[in-house]
Design a protein around this ligand. Structure first.
Ligand code: BG6
Length: 515
């Protein structure tokens, strides 16, 4: 495997993780930091300070993190001796986030570690806690001067969900900005850390063939699908208060639409890329509360038998209300009212317990103006499609018509495809690895800015309100293991057009997908 060693190393610092006894730290954060360590991308002087309510010693914390590294690092088979060397950089401090007085002790602890590790008073605070702590921690940090950058940087990483609706997101932005400057705040969306999501920019802006076609003159419509073949697992409690619209659309999927629809930035930097994304969000035509049913379909998975196994419905999942109306599936249509996209429908679909795990974008190009060949009139043959596969089997697929060999002129749809695995000697960093490194380097390009988060909520808010205020809007049941409610196809404008039904392999579609 070829690893891309960059010469730029972050400045010496301590990564302080609030919520260090949680799952995110164990599965994602510490394994990602370990992967950076192995690639020699951490600064010479560095430490992780884990904070949590659970009373455990440094050694116990290290032991648990080593277990996580062995399971979730990209380099699982690293010799224990090397893992132990990394574990020496991990420290734990028992801490009650809600107790204001504890922050004084935290400050002492942090400065003690800062002098033993020589980390120049540079601190990154990662909030891997429940969202109810997002206001409290920055407030108490700043109350103890731990936001002050006169002697070193102080950065704050906030996990999603960023707010519960527009009002709470605005409130949270304001509360954070009372204590930290916008430049110090890093709102993480792990989709932006995915290599294939970043590749959207390269595909669009480094290839002369795509950009001239990338507009209302040549594109008929655009589809974004993110399906999962698992249910809510042990996250029922969280998911009940969230649902698919908040969990996936407001952040990850609107972001994908933003990257597909944005204008070329003047230069590739944090300000310009993020400006262009915000402009897209601000141009999305609002869906009014009274028209939600025409633009949005919500569904919830019901019990079904898959391969002889009984799969419980959402309402029977742990932590879920037996009468729940929370959506585990959502499909919506919207328009971007600007010069490039006027009149082009965008469709987004996401759900749990669908047939397969896939995230992809499909660009449907307009058909030729006149059909010369009989078979050219079939629905699938008419639209050239560019499929941008985010995961799994990452790659690009172009579908177009070719002459079937033999007599006559029969057109057959064929594939031209590129799979990332073909670059097999290149190491693809995990999303958290990439994003953590960026924050360490002070690069916020791949993090959300406050105004973008609010613009995305502005679009989503009326839909949430309509669902809340109007219980007559249907929640359609769909059997676990199917592609959501039947009527989802009715959203798509155009003669007999349907969604693409993808498989886990990029080039297979409309065939049986394994659950
Ligand atoms: C998270 C959601 O943000 O993204 C989860 O909270 C979802 O519900 C996950 O499963 C999907 O991420 P990925 O990287 O597996 O597509």
């Amino acid at each position: 495997m070829k690893i891309n060693f960059t010469m730029i190393k972050p400045k010496d610092h301590i990564l302080v993780i609030f919520g260090a006894s949680g799952d995110l730290t164990y599965r994602k954060l510490v394994p990602a930091v370990f992967d950076l360590f192995l690639q020699n991308l951490l600064p010479d002087n560095f430490a992780v300070l884990g904070l949590g309510r659970t009373h455990i010693s440094n050694d116990e914390f290290r032991k648990k993190m080593i277990e996580g590294i062995k399971l979730f690092s990209s380099f699982k088979n690293t010799p224990l001796e090397t893992i132990n060397k990394f574990a020496d950089l991990l420290f734990y401090y028992t801490f009650n986030t809600l107790n204001q007085d504890d922050y004084k002790n935290l400050k002492n602890e942090l400065f003690k570690l800062n002098s033993t590790q020589n980390t120049k008073e540079n601190f990154i605070y990662y909030l891997a806690t429940p969202p109810s702590m997002y206001e409290i921690i920055p407030k108490y940090l700043s109350g103890n001067g731990l936001n002050n950058e006169s002697n070193g940087f102080k950065r704050l990483i906030i996990e999603k969900p960023f707010g519960y609706d527009l009002e709470t997101a605005k409130h949270l932005n304001k509360a954070l900005q009372n204590h930290f400057n916008e430049e110090q705040i890093y709102r993480i969306d792990h989709y932006l850390g995915k290599e294939t999501v970043q590749n959207l920019l390269v595909t669009r802006f480094s290839n002369g063939i795509f950009e001239p076609l990338w507009n209302r003159n040549y594109i008929h419509h655009i589809e974004v699908t993110s399906s999962e073949n698992i249910g809510v697992g042990n996250r029922g409690g969280y998911y009940e208060g969230s649902g698919a619209l908040r969990d996936m659309v407001q952040n990850h999927l609107l972001l994908l639409a933003g990257l597909i629809a944005m204008e070329p930035p003047v230069i590739i930097d944090s300000i310009n890329i993020r400006n262009e994304i915000v402009k897209v969000f601000q141009s999305i035509r609002p869906i009014k509360e009274n028209e939600v049913e025409n633009f949005v379909i919500r569904g919830q998975y019901t019990e079904s038998v898959i391969k002889g196994k009984l799969i419980p419905g959402y309402r029977n999942e742990q932590g879920v209300d037996p009468d729940s109306r929370t959506e585990t599936f959502v499909a919506l249509k919207f328009f971007i009212d600007n010069w490039r996209w006027a009149g082009v429908p965008f469709y987004i679909r996401t759900g749990k317990m669908l047939p397969t795990r896939v995230t992809e974008i499909v660009i449907y190009f307009k058909p030729t103006p006149h059909h010369l060949f009989a078979s050219d009139k079939t629905i699938t043959g008419q639209y050239n499609k560019l499929v941008i596969r985010i995961q799994p089997d990452e790659g690009l697929l172009l579908k177009f018509g070719m002459k079937e060999p033999g007599a006559g002129f029969k057109v057959q749809e064929v594939n031209m495809d590129f799979h990332y695995t073909e670059l097999s000697d290149t190491y693809l960093p995990s999303a958290y690895e990439r994003l953590l490194l960026d924050c360490m380097l002070g690069d916020s390009t791949l993090y959300h800015r406050g105004d973008a988060v609010e613009a995305a909520w502005t679009f989503v808010d009326p839909i949430l309100k309509a669902w809340k205020n109007n219980p007559d809007i249907k929640v359609h049941g769909y059997p676990a293991g199917t592609w959501g409610p039947d009527i989802t196809d009715e959203l798509i404008e155009g003669n007999n057009l349907t969604w693409r039904y993808p498989c886990k392999n990029l080039t297979n579609d409309d065939t049986y997908c394994e659950l």
